[in-house]
Design a protein around this ligand. Structure first.
Ligand code: IMP
Ligand code: MG
Length: 184
């Protein structure tokens, strides 16, 4: 779908950073790599709701080996000190100890949510655990965490689209765009 066909989006788009085609090429490549690396292994893709739902749907279909998917939800609390302020509000149904886990994230920003989720999953003894993120914003990092594979690295910008929201909107935007604050 062309953005020009979505006029109501224009007001909040400063510029397109990654087009639908850029994303598709990068997701296809990530799918090929995961298909090779996890061949004949029990693979579980774990997505943290909600931002990664579109990336997960596309990445799963770019993988040509059998795998399962699972969802988690986490809530972070502001105004408290350092880590430990993240609550897992929805857990996986699968027994983590039986799988090679690949966490599929939308974006790593401060890294707080992800680092708590990683600690939690590690405590359940997965066969292995890796992180794949669509976007990485390393300048914003507050805790030490790194993805094993990131499709795109971006500077400190607020972005929308391809699952990422501003106030719950724009997740259905087919590209990744810089959000235009001043349009409010
Ligand atoms: P953090 O890494 O714990 O700070 O939080 C990451 C979460 O914040 C992501 O999973 C997104 O849901 C959200 N987030 C961070 N940066 C952006 C952005 O630029 N646009 C939209 N959501 C964002
Ligand atoms: Mg997320």
């Amino acid at each position: 779908m062309l953005i020009t066909n979505m006029p109501e989006f224009h007001r909040h788009i400063k510029r397109v950073i990654y087009s639908e085609e850029d994303i598709k090429a990068a997701v296809t490549r990530a799918g090929e790599i995961l298909s090779m690396e996890y061949k004949d292994k029990p693979l579980l893709l774990v997505s943290i709701l909600k931002g990664a739902f579109i990336f997960l749907a596309d990445l799963s279909r770019a993988i040509n080996i059998p795998h399962e998917i699972g969802f988690m939800a986490a809530k972070s609390y502001d105004g408290t000190e350092s880590s430990g302020n993240v609550e897992i509000t929805m857990d996986l149904k699968q027994d983590v100890s039986k799988y090679h886990i690949v966490i599929v994230e939308d974006i790593i920003d401060t890294g707080r949510t992800l680092s708590e989720v990683v600690k939690y999953l590690e405590s359940k003894g997965p066969l292995s655990l890796r992180i794949v993120t669509m976007l990485d914003k390393p300048e914003r990092r507050e805790v030490k965490i790194q993805s094993d594979y990131s499709l795109f690295t971006i500077p400190d910008l607020f972005v929308i689209g391809y699952g990422l929201d501003y106030d719950e909107y724009y997740r259905n935007l087919p590209c990744i765009a810089e959000f235009a604050q001043e349009a409010d």
